[in-house]
Design a protein around this ligand. Structure first.
Ligand code: NAD
Length: 250
């Protein structure tokens, strides 16, 4: 066990409330590209052009081209060792809640029970005009899902320019304010307001453990331990370190 993993394990073992904040990077090894990768979905569909609420309102047909392709990628994806490792950590009682920016359901598929979906969920579709809501499964065979009122439906994921679901935002900030440890995994922390969570946790005295392939704006500001590498490799190593340290300390 290297010193960094040992220190991270110690932070987790001594914390009474441990949270995780995850982003697109944790699902890259499941085959879902993040926003930053040079190739893949987002080189074809610029998020600035396709993932804003203005874009959806102006041309929902065009945005559905991207949503269909993303839906196919997400439906094929399976949880990777990072998702499963976090599920295991929760089962062991050392991870209490995951706040995810992802809309891919892979944390739940990987065994995590308490997951706050900060940017919504693609399991339901809503009408921006009349407010009706439908299970996405009921509209799976429609290439352009429509409401009873004939308008084109939007998945209940948060587009740039939309408000964060109130429950998700309130609970996340409340938990962050009393956390003893925060794992930040696979996020560039460039999207607001979710990127304020690490600083809120830090102010409360939480130890911040960051797992990422690359350094981010958090690394030199709030991060206490930076574990560099692919989440699918690092998270299982961290789980192992927690188990080892627990045995050594027993
Ligand atoms: P981002 O694309 O801005 O940043 C991804 C981060 O993950 C980067 O810092 C990158 O270095 C890191 N990374 C990439 N591969 C990694 C790996 N294998 N292991 C560890 N780290 C890795 O993503 P973001 O910060 O989540 O913000 C983008 C927004 O787009 C969010 O709202 C996000 O939910 C959404 N999004 C979601 C999905 C999804 O649901 N899977 C996919 C793409 C974008």
């Amino acid at each position: 066990m290297t010193e960094s993993f040992e220190k991270a394990a110690e932070i987790i073992l001594t914390s009474k409330l441990t949270l995780a904040l995850t982003g697109a990077g944790i699902s890259v090894e499941s085959g879902i590209p993040d926003f930053r990768s040079a190739e893949g979905l987002w080189s074809k569909f610029d998020p600035a052009e396709y993932a804003t609420i203005e874009a959806f309102r102006a041309n929902p047909q065009k945005v559905w081209e991207m949503l269909r392709e993303m839906g196919e990628v997400v439906n094929r994806a399976e949880p990777n060792p990072a998702h499963r490792g976090m599920g295991e950590l929760e089962l062991m009682g050392y991870l209490h809640c995951i706040i995810t920016q992802n809309i891919d359901n892979l944390h739940q598929a990987g065994g995590s029970k308490d997951v706050i979906e900060y940017h919504g969920n693609a399991g339901t579709l809503s009408c921006l005009w009349c407010g009706r809501r439908y299970p996405a499964a009921d509209k799976r065979n429609e290439s352009l899902p429509r409401c009873e009122c004939e308008k084109i439906l939007k998945p209940d994921v948060i587009f740039f320019g939309e408000a964060i679901p109130e429950d998700a935002m309130n609970r996340s900030f409340q938990l962050a304010s009393s956390a003893g440890a925060l794992l930040v995994v696979g996020t560039s922390a460039a999207v607001s307001p979710v990127n304020t969570i690490p600083a809120i946790a830090k102010q409360n005295g939480a130890g911040i453990i960051e797992i990422n392939k690359e350094k981010t704006q958090l690394t030199h500001t709030v991060t206490d331990i930076f574990l560099q590498g692919n989440a699918g490799n690092i998270v299982p190593q961290l789980v192992k370190a927690v188990k080892q340290k627990k045995e050594l300390d027993a």
